[in-house]
Design a protein around this ligand. Structure first.
Ligand code: PBG
Length: 323
């Protein structure tokens, strides 16, 4: 039953035929737009290593959020760039911290947009690690208290969903407990479940000034070599009460996305991280790739691998194309 009976090209002849047999598609509903919020007013600081992205003060973030909503993108995820950092990242769980203030304003001025927050202290610690540090070690259980407080203050300020990205053990259960005690039983948790110790976060760390001041993140983020361990991480986060699980980065880990899709009925998110974005931008600027096509093909690959939602700095550009 092979050639010449079978001819795969029959269904590729015209655009209409190709559309009829297309298996995967993208819509603005698939995207979550990450944004960096900083102190001040009227402030827009372009991020050199992420062309097209900037740190925005709250007033400009409101404009950005309105554009995001108008494009049909359902959600944003917020990252804070605080004015002050300390050993415990306390500006991250200050009820008057930068993200908490941004949430109050966005909630009032851009209703209907789902506001997700990244829950992790690295942007707020002087040492840049995602946990409390003692004698050069990253302490797990002590860090959970900071994460509880951060999640609670975010939700009190208007966050619709929290997304822990720290990779401490037990954080999903701790945050669920904290939110439930505070009466926020309906606020979902999107867990960065399988987060790898990746070089592709470099432009983000430049954007968030969150590069670790000593060592690296390999004692808490995952070894890029491990698939089974990623599936265990996902299983544990589900047991602890995650509502959505995430794989991060996306394109270098499509196999993990696909394996996760095969294992769970939960909604699955994938984070196309800063380095993935910047590679496409850089190649396009050099004239080596067609930026629009590279953007759409990369997003489609993540969707095809099994992701239901994609956190991506391309969200606005891709959604504009899909109008
Ligand atoms: C930690 C966090 C990071 C990213 C999202 N949340 C940085 C890290 O783990 O070093 C990276 C996102 C990106 O690269 O786009 N708060």
């Amino acid at each position: 039953m092979a050639f010449p009976i079978q001819r795969m090209r029959r269904l590729r002849e015209t655009d209409a035929l190709r559309r009829m047999v297309r298996e995967t598609g993208l819509t603005p509903n698939d995207f979550i737009y990450p944004a960096f919020v900083t102190e001040g007013e009227g402030r827009r600081e372009p991020i050199a290593s992420m062309p097209g992205q900037a740190r925005l003060s709250v007033d400009l973030l409101v404009k950005e959020a309105s554009e995001v909503k108008a494009l049909g993108i359902p959600a944003m995820i917020l990252f804070g760039i605080p004015g002050r950092k300390d050993e415990r990242g306390s500006s991250g769980y200050d009820p008057d911290g930068i993200v908490q203030r941004a949430l109050r304003t966005l909630k009032a001025q851009v209703p209907g947009l789902v506001l997700i927050t990244d829950v992790c202290i690295d942007e707020y610690t002087s040492h840049g690690h995602c946990g409390i540090v003692r004698d050069g070690k990253i302490l797990n259980d002590e860090t959970l208290d900071c994460l509880r407080a951060m999640a609670k203050t975010h939700v009190e300020a208007g966050a619709d969903m929290v997304a822990p990205s720290d990779m401490m053990d037990g954080r999903v259960a701790a945050i669920r407990d904290e939110l439930d005690r505070a009466g926020f039983v309906d606020v979902p948790i999107m867990a960065y479940a399988a987060k790898f110790a990746s070089c592709f976060y470099a432009p983000f760390r430049d954007a968030a000034h969150s590069c670790p001041q000593f060592g690296d993140r390999q004692s808490y983020q995952m070894d890029p070599a491990n698939t089974r361990e990623a599936l265990r991480e996902i299983e544990l986060d589900i047991e602890e009460g995650a509502d959505i699980i995430m794989v991060k980065p996306a394109m270098p880990y499509l196999d993990i996305i696909s394996a996760a899709r095969g294992r769970t009925l939960l909604p699955l998110a994938a984070y196309q991280v800063s380095g993935e974005y910047s590679m496409v931008k850089a190649a396009a600027q050099a004239g080596w790739l067609d930026e629009t096509r590279a953007m759409m093909e990369s997003l489609l690959s993540i969707k095809r691998a099994g992701a239901d939602m994609i956190l991506t700095y391309f969200a606005k550009e891709a959604a504009a194309l899909l109008q």
